[in-house]
Write a protein that binds this ligand. Sequence first.
Ligand SMILES: Cc1cc2nc3c(=O)[nH]c(=O)nc-3n(C[C@H](O)[C@H](O)[C@H](O)COP(=O)(O)OP(=O)(O)OC[C@H]3O[C@@H](n4cnc5c(N)ncnc54)[C@H](O)[C@@H]3O)c2cc1C
Length: 471
Amino acid sequence: MSATLLWLRQDLRLADHPALQAAIARGAPVIPVFIWAPDEEAPWAPGAASRWWLHHSLTALQRDLEARGSRLVIRAVGAGGTAGAAGGGSTLEVLRALLRETGATAVHWSRRYEPAVVARDRIIKDTLRAEGIEARSFNAALLVEPWDVQNLSGKPFQVFTPYWRRVSADLDPGKPTPAPRSIAAPAKWPKTLALDALDLLPKIAWDGGFAEAWQPGEAGAAANLDSFLEGPVKGYGDRRNFPAERGTSRLSPHLHFGELSPRQVWHAAPEWRTSQFMAEIGWREFAHHLLWHFPQTTDAPLRSDFLRFPWRTDAAHLHAWQRGLTGVPMVDAGMRELWHTGWMHNRVRMVVGSFLVKNLRLHWLEGARWFWDTLVDADLASNTLGWQWCAGCGADAAPYFRVFNPESQAEKFDPEGGYRRRWVPEAMPPSTVGPATIAAPGGARDRYPAPIVDLKASRVAALEAFASLRK
Ligand SMILES: Cc1cc2nc3c(=O)[nH]c(=O)nc-3n(C[C@H](O)[C@H](O)[C@H](O)COP(=O)(O)OP(=O)(O)OC[C@H]3O[C@@H](n4cnc5c(N)ncnc54)[C@H](O)[C@@H]3O)c2cc1C
């Protein structure tokens, strides 16, 4: 039997990997391949923080493959001097070249759900099949495929609670499989690029805080899940809204890159299957359900009346928001946590999102794009859902008239000020307790700005703008 190409994308693990299992079951050598083709994902090609994660996750995967007698073959599409033997004009061409070079007769991969990727993958599958190749895709990222769930009228769900009630009622995702002990190698490996040739790491070293906060890769994901299940999960229902604590799992980047499957989470924590924590995993499923059924929402509001919304443009305000210099400590703390670690607590994502789209009245896509570039867990399904939720223009969204007040949110969810003190020390009275603080951007420690907008007046202006949609 001739070899199988295992085309790896956002499934960077070896356990619970149906495409890998099926490749092994063919009884032939398996050739794991990663193809870097960011242009094919435009306009949502991986941002800077995602590229950082990807580099380290691929490094870990290479190690894990080598420990099993295998390797990772790396190729790149198009520019950057990577063409020739290790490149090609498109992912399809790269796959065809690899099939020719290796004599493989099958390509296996795990499905993705982003509109540009879905369109590309469909062409690849149809073309390869027409050429006699066994092209097969598998579900490795979701508990349930988006097309397998519908409401009583046979339509996609647009409200989370009935969606999750339906999905979780008879969910039986099957047991995850362990990582194989060994993976059969081909007699001769095809050429590969060095990982560094993909240039995924930043040229200017802004990633020190990332390395402190994260361990990308399958082992890091498992360690994170274990430490969450050993402690924080027990208090999740009460503590998940307090950003100064480790009240949540921090599994989002691991899930996004497929270093861990939701099925593994489901089986690792049977006693939490009906918990609020698993419902959050359900939100991730719901986000993919919406992305699949409403692919236009990555760039357009689901509620089309919002196309008429009078958004403002204001480069100075946008810049102040991005840099954590709005003069509103809870907002600035979130934006600095994001910049420093590539992640932000969910409660604070809602606060900074509401501030951007309501108090500043800047377009939700400005926020979505900034998050896209700076989050290590940037995920088109969840990011689109999150931003349309904040703007009030998506499925099951926060009503537009619900404007978060960042000051009362801070009083409620950061009552001791530990979160704001850590990230915006210059705005907070000093404390002798709590973690070390982080210096303000640009050395602005003693010059914390006054708020760039009046919270009350901007709230009223936002409500008037919203009312104008009804006219
Ligand atoms: C404006 C905005 C943008 C967001 N962008 C993203 C994004 O790009 N990528 C991303 O993974 N999440 C995004 N979220 C959702 C959420 O903030 C993160 O998933 C969560 O903060 C990750 O932290 P955690 O792993 O500790 O979550 P936990 O509370 O431990 O939840 C467990 C898992 O459930 C999933 N989850 C939790 N909340 C949500 C949610 N509201 N929507 C979808 N999935 C959820 C995540 O996969 C998460 O890892 C966004 C939310 C908002 C408000």
